[in-house]
Design a protein. Structure first.
Length: 149
């Protein structure tokens, strides 16, 4: 799938695409985090499993991987790389992040008594920091492309 013809894109999207890449990365991260918060809150509301906060975090994180990958692919990096192989690569990165941040969430909520929404914010921040340094290099960069041919 190639990117749409710039002449057919809405004006807001053309303006957005002219922003510096790091700013686009931050904006897309915040947008994804807000959507992720709604997802987390809905899951937390109905989650019957204990420990509730970490299992809700993990479920909402898993749901968010393809959404966030797609948002970054479309808006941050304007990438026309093959969708499937890079999504699989993203799942490897995000699996590591999921394990780390689920442990972080468990430690904060279950061991230290931090309120679950504050723990969610800490975990989203950790995820964002890792993505800031790893996402382009490992998923969307040229080196990642050479790894998949």
């Amino acid at each position: 799938m190639s990117p749409p013809d710039p002449g057919t894109e809405p004006a807001w999207l053309r303006r957005f695409r002219r922003l510096p890449e790091k700013l686009k990365l931050a904006i897309v991260a915040v947008l994804g985090a807000l959507i992720g918060l709604v997802t987390y809150e809905l899951i937390y509301l109905v989650n019957p499993f204990e420990p509730r906060a970490p299992t809700s975090w993990l479920a909402s994180f898993a749901i968010g991987v393809p959404r966030q990958y797609s948002l970054h692919r479309w808006l941050t990096f304007e990438s026309d790389v093959p969708y499937g192989p890079r999504l699989a690569r993203a799942y490897v990165l995000y699996s590591v992040i999921a394990a780390l941040t689920t442990a972080e969430n468990w430690l904060l909520v279950e061991q230290l008594g931090v309120p679950h929404r504050l723990a969610w914010l800490a975990c989203v921040t950790t995820t964002g920091l890792i993505n800031f340094f790893a996402l382009k290099r490992l998923i969307f960069g040229e080196a990642a492309g050479r790894a998949h041919g």
